[in-house]
Design a protein around this ligand. Sequence first.
Ligand code: SF4
Length: 75
Amino acid sequence: MVKVTIDRPGCISCESCWITCPEVFEQNPDDEFSEITEQYRVNDDPGEGEVPDDLADCAWEAADSCPVSVIEVED
Ligand code: SF4
């Protein structure tokens, strides 16, 4: 499993992460910031998730694409 976090208040809703990796990231309908998709969320926290290893590359790619570097991925 790979840990993924989003420092959500810093998100500028550029859409890059959820276009790059929609399995892991989506747009929150209320505040419009990025959040972890429900199935991979930890502790009901929209900014914290754990994803299976086969989604690690996509999560990394999304993190690299974030213009404000608010996504962290940890092996
Ligand atoms: S790539 Fe970064 S700034 Fe853009 S929507 Fe995702 S978290 Fe927000």
